[in-house]
Design a protein around this ligand. Structure first.
Ligand code: VG1
Ligand code: CO
Length: 543
């Protein structure tokens, strides 16, 4: 066994996007591709001797191969210890939890999250820092710089590690500790939520359905919901992680989780439904015949947070990504706490959480989380909701209706135009940018534009600036249209159009979302010329 220096060439385009480096599996299978990126991570970190690394992924195709490679590279960089999930499995929130609990220097998450898996699907890698959260832009930029000039990587040629065998194994001078992927995470959840109350809820006949979407959250949900909380066997469907997610798209929204929506449409079916994504950091919450928007979910959780033991002392503040609806802002105002608006991507919440400025965070893309870790957390959100349902005795729909009655309703929808021509997408955005200055004060349909800009964020903690984070057109009544290009797709470009309308009057809280937003949808098309630029007359996904 020895450590080798393998000479290599840089690969172009290893710049991490919204959430790490995501490419087709076939790209990652090129000799040296993964190694280059990992070497660039280690070069960015500098001396890793004596440190601990956490490693795991969502179980998608190529996960185990990549885990072995990274273990052998970590051994060549002086790490004292790697904590790796059994079978190479760790959800994104579990990685964050394990990094923090075991004071690791950082962790590597192998996932392309909500992107499809399998041999024809996507693979991804993301580095998380010592606070448990995604590396900030300064770190990802350094990784990219190293990857563009790399000449060699270091790796051990020792035999493979047995990823099934729990406990310690030796790799060169390094200890590899294969850990139960669920244990630390489950322990943390029990500190935050009223497991007694939720256990009684299930014991009293309450039924739910959790769709694991054949991705990583299945084992977590089974251990916690069916194991610790006593929900009946079968509560978790599609529970087993599969390399291709069973051919499905592990992106929990009503379109992709059609099976769950079907189950929840049944009048005699479960009262509560939820789904998570590829790497377990997203959540979709559904009631019986009722779909909840993630923006509303954040707002309702914030309004009732003190009902959960982990939040009984209240919230320091709330943060939401810019395109997320302003429903949470109204709760923050009522609670007298600040509400921060950040660019899309969980990494932007890290500083606010570390500084103790916020307790709850959320994104419109089915992402919710808190200061307990530094990632969004799918099952955490489900347990939070279960805690609310158990304590209030009210179903989801009633809690949400009462919320709207008190705060007003923010109608909200996202229209995605996937796999469009990348150059055309850039041109659409460029031409919108040119129009921005002339939009203020203009009448668009029944709306008057208050202001229009390209969102630029200055981090309140370290003053770092992130520009061009999405074009927003904000109307005088607070309604908004936001345009941005996805940073996680791997085919062409994806245009996301976010639409929001505020309605204070309860007499208008029963409208169908797309109808409530119809005028704004029309304005978005008129202002941006979406069909002209993309050749599409309708979005590919509406959530
Ligand atoms: C999308 C979502 C964003 C989320 C990101 C990573 O990014 O819009 O809110 O943080 O995915 O989520 P984009 O750039 O494609 O819009 V996950 O669960 O895929 O790590
Ligand atoms: Co995810």
């Amino acid at each position: 066994m020895s450590i080798q220096n393998q000479s290599t060439q840089p690969f172009s385009g290893q710049r991490p996007g919204t959430s790490g480096l995501r490419k087709k599996v076939t790209v990652f299978q090129q000799p040296g591709y993964l190694e280059n990126f990992v070497q660039s991570v280690f070069d960015t970190l500098g001396d890793c001797s004596g440190q601990t690394l956490v490693l795991g992924g969502d179980g998608r195709y190529h996960n185990r191969v990549a885990v072995q490679t990274i273990l052998h590279m970590a051994a060549a960089h002086g790490y004292a210890r790697v904590l790796v999930g059994q079978g190479g499995i760790l959800s994104t929130p579990a990685v964050s939890c394990v990094i923090r609990k075991h004071a690791a220097l950082g962790g590597i998450v192998l996932s392309a999250s909500h992107n499809p898996g399998g041999i024809d699907g996507d693979f991804g890698i993301k580095y998380n820092i010592a606070n448990g959260g995604p590396a900030p832009e300064s770190v990802t930029e350094a990784i990219f710089q190293f990857s563009s000039s790399i000449a060699a990587y270091r790796i051990s040629d020792a035999p493979e590690i047995d990823l099934q065998r729990l406990g310690r194994q030796q790799l060169e001078q390094m200890v590899v500790e294969v850990i139960d992927p669920v244990a630390d995470y489950a322990e943390l959840m029990q500190q935050l939520f009223d497991f007694e109350a939720i256990r009684s809820l299930f014991a009293g006949g309450f039924r739910m359905c959790f769709d694991g979407m054949h991705a990583v959250s299945g084992p977590y949900a089974q251990a916690i919901l069916e194991g610790l909380l006593g929900a009946p066997a079968g509560t978790v469907i599609n529970a087993q992680p599969l390399e291709d997610f069973g051919g499905h798209h592990p992106d929990p929204n009503p379109v992709n989780a059609a099976q769950l929506i079907g189950i929840m449409a049944n009048q005699d079916g479960p009262e509560f439904g939820a789904a998570s994504d590829g790497d377990g950091d997203r959540n979709m919450i559904v009631g019986r015949r009722f779909e909840l928007t993630p923006s509303d979910s954040l707002a309702v959780l914030a309004a009732h947070a003190t009902l959960a033991p982990g939040y009984r002392h209240g919230l320091a503040g709330i943060a939401r990504s810019m395109p997320t609806s302003c429903a949470a802002d109204r709760v923050a105002a009522a609670l007298g706490i600040p509400c921060y608006e950040t660019p899309t991507g969980w990494k932007f919440f890290g500083n606010l959480l570390d500084a103790g400025k916020v307790t709850l965070c959320g994104e419109e893309s089915y992402g919710t989380g808190s200061s307990h870790i530094r990632e969004k957390d799918g099952l955490w959100a489900v347990l939070f909701w279960l805690n609310l349902l158990a304590v209030t005795g009210k179903p989801v729909q009633q809690l949400v209706a009462e919320h709207w009655a008190r705060f007003g309703r923010n109608y909200y929808s996202r229209h995605d135009y996937e796999a469009i021509d990348a150059a055309a997408a850039e041109e659409l955005m460029a031409s919108l940018r040119i129009k921005l200055p002339s939009l203020a004060g203009q009448n668009l349909g029944n709306y008057v534009v208050d202001y229009a800009d390209d969102f630029c964020y200055t981090d309140p903690v370290d003053a770092s600036v992130s520009s061009k984070q999405g074009i927003r057109i904000v109307m005088t009544d607070g309604s908004r249209i936001v345009f941005r290009l996805s940073g996680t797709g791997t085919e062409g470009a994806t245009l996301r159009v976010y639409l929001e309308r505020y309605e204070a009057d309860p007499a208008y809280h029963h409208l169908l979302t797309q109808q409530a937003l119809a005028a704004l949808i029309l304005i978005a098309e008129q202002v941006a010329g979406i069909s002209d630029w993309t050749g599409r007359v309708r979005p590919s996904v509406i959530t």
